[in-house]
Ligand binder design. Sequence first.
Ligand code: ATP
Ligand code: MG
Length: 191
Amino acid sequence: MPESEDVPPTESPIRIELRRVPSLVIVNTGNGKGKSTAAFGIALRALGRGWRVRVIQFLKSGDWKTGEEDMLTRLGAEWWSAGDGFTWDSDDMESSRKLAVIAWQSAAETLRTGTHELLLLDEITYAMTWGWISTDEVIGAIKNRAQTVNVVLTGRDAPAALLDIADTVTTMADTKHAYNAGIAAKRGIDY
Ligand code: ATP
Ligand code: MG
């Protein structure tokens, strides 16, 4: 972190007493763009290290084939788009809720058994906020997870209790977004 005076540091900022942990919990939240993109960046790194990566998308429908799904599955990620699209397009909110519950139960199993080194729960915060899945249960499962499972969770309005147990929380700030100027989502940039 730069000091207040704008001069190059002459002492190493690295602390020698840093400890290693078997796994981390990362939360990307906030209203700005980049929550999922940054999570996929971690997935890319993890795959590069030979990790087993599992992605569960809580809202995205399997019918939309995104660039990230195409590329990360090619690189070996296991991918499940467990949603059925935008809630405002859904004609059966109850089936959307059930899908989220099934996806969560499967995620909980991965946390418990440790079959993957990285579990990416994309847009899971919405399922929590809407009461589709229990925040307490998610937090309990993360706390009691197999030690080697790193967890990345994304979505707006992450519950405070989730931020509490996370090791790293990034809140994306919506400084500006093309959408608000009437520009449609762009292939290759947004999906
Ligand atoms: P991305 O997937 O691009 O990293 P995100 O995960 O931060 O975005 P989501 O809320 O999941 O954000 O957004 C899903 C879609 O909405 C993406 O196409 C994204 O580009 C777009 N989006 C993200 N932030 C905003 C915003 N502040 N205003 C309008 N659209 C947004
Ligand atoms: Mg997202």
